[in-house]
Design a protein around this ligand. Structure first.
Ligand code: GLA
Length: 403
């Protein structure tokens, strides 16, 4: 009986596959991609949150310079990622070119590499990107080769207009559309792989179809788990706290991506941005700064460059943290770290200060455990196995706990 069921499932899968257009047929799924590329969550800068469609070569060079002079590169921020709107028309050979904002991509890659940084770029499996520029549809291998020849190190691949292709190829058939989508991501991953250049593959399809369950199997090193972030506390926390339960899908070389950072863009208070950085680090999220690096206040630098907090995000165990306790607007999240330590974050989502009490037993420690406050850079003490602290409105306290 079980055999018979299995046979039917295989038969159905074969029929479904045969119904797909040849280019959309997925190859055998791999268990998870190489774990040496993006072994820890990628860190760097991306142009979109601040510059959006206005970004130019000069902005990217300035960002690269600032990553070096501010100390961000040495703190781990090495990817300089150009988001949408760099694309020009295809030439007579069908090769993608750049538009006038980016006169020479190879020279830009050389500029970035000369500073010990890596260059990222953006495209879509669809004919058009989200901002309406040419996408990679029908040119996947060719584009991958072009990126490799320029010296690109990272590709963000954004679904955008590919949704229309899915609908056209399999009208009213969500299951088949899903197969077509997976095949499109897998196709670009294979194309990148065949260039022989290590290129981080960042999937962006807004978390649909529980991408965390299959993103790694189509070659994703990271996949967006949500729609776009905005520079305000409501949207940032909506996205961030929604990550509860996703920890088991992340690991070395494949990460959940709750979108880029807004720190320094001006829409949140210092404590709100502290919550942003704390939560993203507990989540082992990619840390891609999204601000104008040439205009950073000391507070922005303090938030982005706290080495103890970054070490939590980048811990070599590669385990994402999760919520361990919540009561109304108070939440406690924990992330296992190498050597038996844990990072523990206390969040106050209320609009007035709150005293939050952490029972050490709740996160697996006894009363003798040692606590360090990673934002205050000092040791703190638990009394009778409880650490109690006033957390500012919309703020966070982040601890590293060891036995
Ligand atoms: C989508 C993505 C954003 C950004 C824009 C660019 O909205 O989710 O992160 O890349 O497209 O057009």
């Amino acid at each position: 009986m079980i055999r018979c069921k299995r046979f039917h499932a295989v038969l159905i899968a074969l029929v479904l596959m045969a119904a797909l257009p040849a280019g959309a047929r997925p190859a055998k799924l791999v268990k998870h991609p190489d774990t040496t590329l993006a072994a820890t969550p990628p860190m760097g800068w991306n142009s979109w949150n601040h510059f959006a469609g206005r970004v130019t070569e000069a902005d990217v060079k300035a960002a690269a310079d600032e990553l070096v002079s501010s100390g961000m590169r040495d703190a781990g921020y090495i990817y300089v990622n150009i988001d949408d709107t760099w694309e020009g028309p295809r030439n007579a050979q069908g090769e993608i070119t750049t538009n006038s904002k980016f006169p020479d991509m190879k020279a830009l890659a050389d500029y970035v590499h000369a500073r010990g940084l890596k260059l990222g770029i953006y495209s879509s499996p669809g004919p058009k990107t989200c901002a309406g520029y040419p996408g990679s549809y029908g040119h996947e291998e060719q584009d991958a080769r072009t990126y490799a020849s320029w010296g690109i190190d990272y590709l963000k691949y954004d679904l955008c207009s590919f949704r229309e292709i899915m609908q056209k190829e399999a009208p009213n058939d969500p299951q088949k559309q899903f197969e077509i989508e997976k095949a499109a991501y897998q196709k670009m991953h294979k194309a990148l792989e065949s260039t022989g250049r290590p290129i981080v593959f960042s999937m962006c399809q807004y978390g649909w179809n529980d991408v965390w369950k299959w993103g790694a199997s189509v070659g994703g090193n990271l996949w967006r788990t949500t729609g776009d972030i905005e520079d305000n506390y409501n949207r940032m926390t909506q996205i961030g706290f929604m990550q509860a339960g996703l920890a088991k899908f992340a690991g070395l070389g494949h990460w959940n991506d709750p979108d880029m950072l807004e720190i320094g863009n001006g829409g949140m208070t210092f404590d709100e941005y502290k919550t942003h950085m704390t939560l993203w680090s507990i989540l082992a999220a990619p840390l891609l700064a999204g601000n104008d690096l040439t205009k950073m206040t000391p507070q922005t630098k303090e938030l982005l460059m706290n080495r103890e907090v970054i070490a939590v995000d980048q811990d070599k165990l590669g385990m994402e943290g999760d919520r361990v306790w919540a009561q109304g607007p108070e939440e406690i999240w924990a992330k296992p770290l190498s050597g038996g330590a844990k990072a523990v974050a206390l969040f106050n989502r209320a609009s007035t200060p709150r005293r939050i009490s952490l029972k050490l037993s709740m996160v697996g420690f006894g009363p003798q455990a040692k606590l360090r406050d990673l934002w205050a850079h000092q040791s703190v003490t638990a009394i009778d196995g409880v650490y109690s602290v006033v957390v500012p409105r919309h703020g966070a306290v982040m601890l590293r706990i060891t036995r």
